[in-house]
Structures are given as structure tokens and as C-alpha cells.
Write a protein that binds this ligand. Structure first.
Ligand code: FAD
Ligand code: SF4
Length: 327
């Protein structure tokens, strides 16, 4: 049986109290929301915080409402609440689908949108028990000095496997953060870093409080597809999110595509505007865009599936995601 290390559990009533606690205990403290990722990781001794600062009971971190031209979602809203919310389902179908595809129902009832955005990266050589990792001499991301994936260099390339960020990027969301220096707002597309050890711009003591999504143009369409080994519960091994405005003549505008599950941060697909802006999304156009995506994506051996097969799945899933934009 894997046991939790001992820790103190703090229940702040307000964001400012959570930030104070995180600052007071420094590196020995971590925020926890649903705990669906952090708690298993603590059992594996990937994190051993002496203090957990619980965010789910903070009222300011809850609520889903429209405000100032945005849909605002509190970071502590459960994945179930987000995926079933009428405004999310009506305006951002792909977000409802992505969030509704995380893990399984019990985990979605506990897990939160904020925890999903701040999810740790994953790797075959990392998400293992301490005993397993020790037998291999640990690795760069935790307790060791070598990367078993790249074999060289000092860079961790563990995969970003959260479902919500790729969709949030395609729909132009921003994350609101509160920390010891005050509040700030960051476009979610700039929030992630290509560093598997710490892949976000979250500063020490900072808490993600809200996700703000601009209300969509009336003709916005979104689509999300996810590849995983078992459909019931597994983390994704590849995901694709796309969004575009589709005019009455079926021509696409502002087409955006993001692939995730390969490297340490979601990857924006580039060069689509040049070929797709103002065009009808025909089979030929979809094929061309899928081929372009294939050229841009090179998965690494950070997951326990064949790397060539995962790469071959990129155009297949891009095709499916783009087909989802057609009525
Ligand atoms: C079997 C299994 C399958 C899973 N499958 C999927 C899947 O398919 N897709 C997927 O995306 N995820 C999956 N997960 C992971 C997890 O359940 C979800 O990502 C969930 O949304 C995490 O949210 P949480 O609130 O439980 O986060 P927590 O576990 O509480 O926290 C996760 C991380 O975020 C930090 N954090 C949490 N909230 C905040 C905040 N507001 N501000 C700053 N930092 C914060 C924590 O310190 C921690 O580092 C799976 C987990 C399990 C156990
Ligand atoms: S990518 Fe390398 S350093 Fe990162 S978790 Fe995997 S083995 Fe460790």
C-alpha cells in the first residue's frame, strides 16, 4: 500500500489568507484543490509538502458567470460543474467536452478547473512509485540527474496532459492569478513553458483564481478530440483542439489549432491562416492542414506507447477535430 507522508492541512477562508499561508511556509507548502493529481503524486513521493493549503473551500474561487464581456469560471469549480454548465455547453462545446472527458465521474466531481490548468507534467519514468524510480536511479525531474527520455542534456520533456488548456488557448482565455505581489492576468497561451520540471509561469505563493473567456462571436465553432489507451479513465496521449468562426457561406475565419500531450506545453499549430483564412473547409483543405500538423509534431518517448504510432495519429486526430467544425 502507498501511504501519504504526514502534512498539516490548512483551510483558509479567503484568497489573501491562502496566499499568506503559502508565503509563510514557502517551499514546504503547496496549494491543493480537488487533490486528484496531487494526492497520488504525494503517495509516490513526487511531492512531499509539509503544508497543504486547501483552496476548494474559498468562496471567491467559485462561480460561473458573465462579467464585462467574458465568461468567468472560478478556479475551484469542479470539472463536473464546468462541463455541465449551460453557458459553457452553449458557447464553448469543446470546453464542455474536454473537461467532461477528464478521468472518470468521481474524479471530475473532486477535480477542479484550476487544478487541471496547473496540472503537473507526466512521464513514464516519473509517474511511478518511489521504489520504481529509485531502481532506475531517479531522473532529472525528481531526485536524479539524468533524463531517461532524451539521454542527453539537462532538459525535462515530460508531457503536458491536461485536457482543458488546449481548448482554452483556442478560445483566447486568460488566467487570473493572485500572489504576494498582487493580482495579474495572463493569456493562457503565454502561461505555459517548455520545461517539464515546472511548465507554467505560476510564481511561488501564487494562486490561480479565475479563468476568463471572451464571449464568443455568434458564429464561433469549437471541436476537441482525445486519444487515450482506455476511453474510460486514462490520461490523454494526444489531444487536438480547434476553433474557428464559420460564416453563412461555410468559410472559416481565424482558424486556431492546438495539440497537447506530446511535450511540456500545449503546441499551437502554425501556418494555418495562410491556407485556410476565408476558405471552405473541404476534405482537401482538411487533409492539407492535417499534413502540416504532422510535420510540426514530433512526440518523444515520454509515454508508454510507440512514438511513431503516436506521431502517425497526429494527422488522424487533426482531421477529426477539423471535421468537427463542419455542421
Ligand atoms: C486515474 C486518473 C486519471 C486522470 N485522467 C485525466 C485526464 O484524462 N485528463 C486530465 O486532464 N487529467 C486527468 N487526471 C488528473 C486530474 O484528475 C485532473 O487534471 C484534475 O482536473 C486536477 O484537478 P485537482 O483540482 O484535483 O488538482 P490538484 O490535484 O488539487 O492539484 C494539481 C496541481 O495544481 C496545483 N493547484 C491546484 N489548484 C490550484 C490553484 N487554484 N492555483 C494554483 N495551483 C493550483 C496543485 O498545487 C497541484 O500542483 C487524472 C487523474 C487520475 C487519478
Ligand atoms: S522527461 Fe526525462 S527528466 Fe522528465 S520526467 Fe521523463 S525521464 Fe524524467
Amino acid at each position: 500500500m502507498l501511504r501519504l507522508p504526514s502534512f498539516s492541512y490548512h483551510r483558509p477562508a479567503a484568497v489573501r489568507d491562502a496566499v499568506s499561508l503559502l508565503c509563510e511556509y514557502g517551499e514546504s507548502a503547496m496549494p491543493v484543490s480537488g487533490g486528484t493529481d496531487l494526492i497520488p503524486n504525494m503517495k509516490h513521493r513526487l511531492f512531499t509538502p509539509k503544508h497543504l493549503v486547501a483552496l476548494k473551500g474559498v468562496p471567491e474561487l467559485h462561480g460561473i458567470h458573465e462579467e464585462g464581456g467574458d465568461l468567468v469560471i472560478g478556479a475551484a469549480e469542479s470539472l463536473t460543474a464546468v462541463s455541465s454548465h449551460p453557458s459553457v455547453r452553449l458557447m464553448f462545446t469543446a470546453l464542455a467536452e474536454a473537461v467532461g472527458s477528464v478521468a472518470a465521474p468521481q474524479l471530475r466531481n473532486s477535480g477542479t478547473l484550476g487544478g487541471n490548468v496547473c496540472l503537473d507534467t507526466r512521464c513514464t519514468y516519473y509517474n511511478q512509485s518511489q521504489f520504481w524510480r529509485q531502481a532506475l536511479g531517479f531522473c532529472l525531474k525528481k531526485d536524479g540527474d539524468v533524463c531517461h527520455v532524451t539521454q542527453v542534456g539537462k532538459k525535462c520533456v515530460a508531457a503536458h496532459s491536461a485536457d482543458s488548456p488546449p481548448v482554452l488557448i483556442t478560445i483566447g482565455a486568460r488566467v487570473e492569478l493572485v500572489g504576494p505581489e498582487g493580482a495579474r492576468s495572463v493569456p493562457i497561451g503565454d502561461f505555459f513553458l517548455a520545461d517539464g520540471i515546472m511548465n507554467s509561469r505560476l510564481e511561488p505563493g501564487e494562486v490561480l483564481t479565475k479563468i476568463r473567456i471572451p464571449l464568443p462571436a455568434p458564429d464561433l465553432r469549437t471541436s476537441y478530440v482525445k486519444l487515450r489507451q482506455r476511453k474510460a479513465i486514462d490520461f490523454p496521449i494526444l489531444t487536438v483542439a480547434v476553433a474557428a468562426e464559420v460564416d453563412p457561406g461555410n468559410r472559416v475565419h481565424k482558424l486556431r489549432g492546438v495539440v497537447n500531450g506530446l511535450g511540456a506545453r500545449p503546441r499551437r499549430l502554425t501556418g494555418w491562416d495562410e491556407v485556410a483564412e476565408g476558405e471552405i473547409l473541404t476534405e482537401e483543405l482538411i487533409e492539407g492542414l492535417a499534413e502540416q500538423a504532422h510535420k510540426q509534431c514530433r512526440p518523444l518517448e515520454n509515454m508508454i506507447v510507440d512514438v511513431d504510432w503516436r506521431r502517425a495519429m497526429v494527422p488522424v486526430y487533426v482531421r477529426r477535430a477539423l471535421a468537427g467544425l463542419r455542421l
